[in-house]
Design a protein around this ligand. Structure first.
Ligand SMILES: Cc1cc2nc3c(=O)[nH]c(=O)nc-3n(C[C@H](O)[C@H](O)[C@H](O)COP(=O)(O)O)c2cc1C
Length: 165
């Protein structure tokens, strides 16, 4: 059985989609943790802040969860043809300790999903490129949903099965 870390970039429809992945994982006997990146309310990453211990946030709890999980599922809406600042920002903070960051990401199975306004294809491409770049193994199957398209339960099930291998 696998332990999934499900990270949602926003707290609305994408949190609901994250819950669907959690339910699917649980129904297959897997465990999971959902982390809402917007609830972390991190300060915006700047190099100056990252060098100031009084301003740099403690990322150890998230790093531990990312390290100990067997696979990650990243859920994010499309913002202006890419992903939202919450996701970009958390990756910047995590990569401060870039050697450990690389080690943590290398070979990690990752699934990507979105609930977006009208599109969603661009945020999936952006996440695929980003997570591949940092060394993760992004699986081919992905979940796209939106205002006029429900998330396909068969896709969610297949992604859980692929990631749990
Ligand atoms: C700043 C901003 C930019 C957006 N840009 C896009 C976009 O480029 N393509 C799209 O399909 N939806 C876009 N949307 C709509 C969101 O993807 C959509 O409302 C999504 O469901 C929001 O997720 P949430 O309910 O989890 O907050 C944008 C929304 C915001 C707030």
């Amino acid at each position: 059985m696998a332990h999934f870390l499900i990270m949602t970039a926003t707290s609305g429809t994408n949190r609901e989609l994250a819950d669907k992945f959690a339910s699917a994982a649980e129904s297959k006997g897997h465990t999971n943790q959902i982390v809402d990146l917007s609830e972390m309310d991190l300060p915006m990453f700047t190099v100056a802040r990252s060098k100031d211990p009084s301003q740099a946030p403690d990322m150890s709890e998230l790093t531990d969860s990312m390290t100990t999980s067997d696979a990650w599922i990243i859920v994010a809406p499309e913002y202006n043809g890419s992903y939202p600042p919450t996701l970009n920002n958390v990756i910047a903070w995590l990569s401060g300790d870039w050697q450990n960051f690389r080690t943590m990401c290398t070979g990690k199975p990752v699934g990507i999903a979105t609930h977006s306004g009208g599109g969603g294809a661009h945020v999936l491409m952006a996440m695929r490129q980003q997570f591949s770049f940092i060394g993760a193994d992004v699986i081919g199957r992905q979940c796209l949903s939106g205002r006029n398209k429900e998330a396909n339960p068969e896709t969610i099930d297949a992604m859980i099965d692929n990631l749990a291998r």
